[in-house]
Design a protein around this ligand. Structure first.
Ligand SMILES: Cc1ncc(COP(=O)(O)O)c(C=O)c1O
Length: 350
């Protein structure tokens, strides 16, 4: 058994790295830790893709569930780099606090994430394929309750899956649909944390946007429907007069990619503003994009506000704008270790 486990670590995986989907691909191991009697257990490695869950677990009934998404990249030098894991760990702490779950300490988060990557090292796609290893930490209430209250027991698990580049054959601008009859999150609700309920609430709008041929949906603020909130599973930004503008809102997820792009923009002499963006201001942007871990930047070609009878167009020549591309290229180079990382964003897995 032991010999097989050792051998298995060295067996090459023959996946079609250049044609991986952005979807689930089975890997060998995941890592689990359990919170009981006020303590987290030492992370353990499992080779099962399944969990055994109590029928009255609060994660199933009352939405006590939060997750994260980060990536590991095989660099030009062959080393594996994890991008800004501390930010994901902090965001998971804030999600746990937001829905009263046991917090996952930063060192446990790191240990579980790094262990999951190391145990599945052979699934980290080769440099040059444009693919990466997506890391999905998950925290849920696993203790049984029937009344509406937080569980006493929690499960923290981390699985990984190799994912292809979001855009195969180069970055392509996408179209977005403004959906005025679906709200993803309320102003004083849970939009700023990464819990499953927000995604359940967004599915109706996302499915409609996809069915109508759009790349995704652009949500407006839930209270007044006057300001841009965020795009499906990504933050919004616009560029005008060499200024990077992104929404300030109490119902959007604090994107780690957005935060990184803001730092990069400033380092490149581009001014940045985080403020409410009135919908009509969309007409003034020269470039617009959605940003997040999956694609880094998805440039937006067109935003359709069907109910208001308006269409906002960007990149009229069908190509992503120059500022978006500059930012995209710099961030991706740092992630793959092609360029120095002056901000200390990447951690090499030894
Ligand atoms: C709702 C939402 N907004 C924004 C983002 C982008 O966040 P990040 O850049 O941390 O991936 C995501 C993805 O995690 C998301 O699900």
């Amino acid at each position: 058994m032991y010999i097989w486990a050792v051998l298995n670590t060295f067996i090459m995986v023959t996946l079609d790295w250049n044609n991986l989907p952005f979807g689930y691909v089975k890997t060998d191991f995941n890592v689990r830790s359990f919170y009981r009697d006020g303590k987290w257990s030492k992370p353990e490695v499992s080779d099962s893709e399944y969990i055994n869950i109590h029928i009255a677990a609060t994660g199933l009934h009352y939405g006590q569930e939060a997750f994260e998404g980060l990536k590991a990249y095989r660099g030009k030098d062959g080393k594996i780099r994890v991008f800004r894991w501390e930010e994901n760990a902090k965001r998971l702490l804030s999600s746990a606090e937001g829905i009263k779950m046991a917090p996952v300490p930063m060192d446990l988060f790191k240990e579980a994430v790094f262990l999951a990557i190391k145990k599945n090292e052979k699934f980290v796609p080769p440099y040059g394929s444009g693919a990466s290893l997506y890391v999905r930490p998950l925290l849920y209430g696993s203790g049984a309750e029937v009344g509406v209250k937080p569980a006493k027991e929690y499960t923290f698990l981390v699985f990984v899956t190799p994912v292809g580049p979001y855009f195969k054959g180069g970055v392509k601008p996408v179209n977005m649909l403004i959906c005025r009859d679906v709200d993803r999150a309320a102003p004083l609700g849970t939009g700023t944390i990464k819990i499953g309920g927000n995604y359940a609430a967004s599915l109706k709008a996302i499915v409609r946007a996809h069915d109508e041929g759009y790349g995704n949906v652009l949500f407006l603020d839930a209270k007044e429907k006057k300001y841009v909130d965020e795009c499906g599973p990504a933050n919004f930004f616009g560029i005008k007069n060499n200024v990077y503008v992104t929404p300030l809102s109490s119902s959007i997820l604090p994107s780690i990619t957005n935060k990184s792009l803001i730092t990069l923009a400033e380092s490149m002499g581009i001014k940045t503003e985080r403020r409410p963006i009135p919908v009509e201001e969309l007409a003034e942007f020269e470039e617009a994009g959605a940003c997040g871990t999956a694609a880094v930047i998805s440039p937006i070609a067109k935003i359709v506000d069907a109910d208001a009878g308006k269409i906002y167009e960007f990149c009229k020549d069908g190509k992503p704008g120059p500022v978006s591309m500059q930012l995209y290229t710099r961030l991706v180079k740092i992630q793959y270790g092609e360029e120095a990382d002056p901000f200390g964003w990447t951690t090499i897995i030894e």
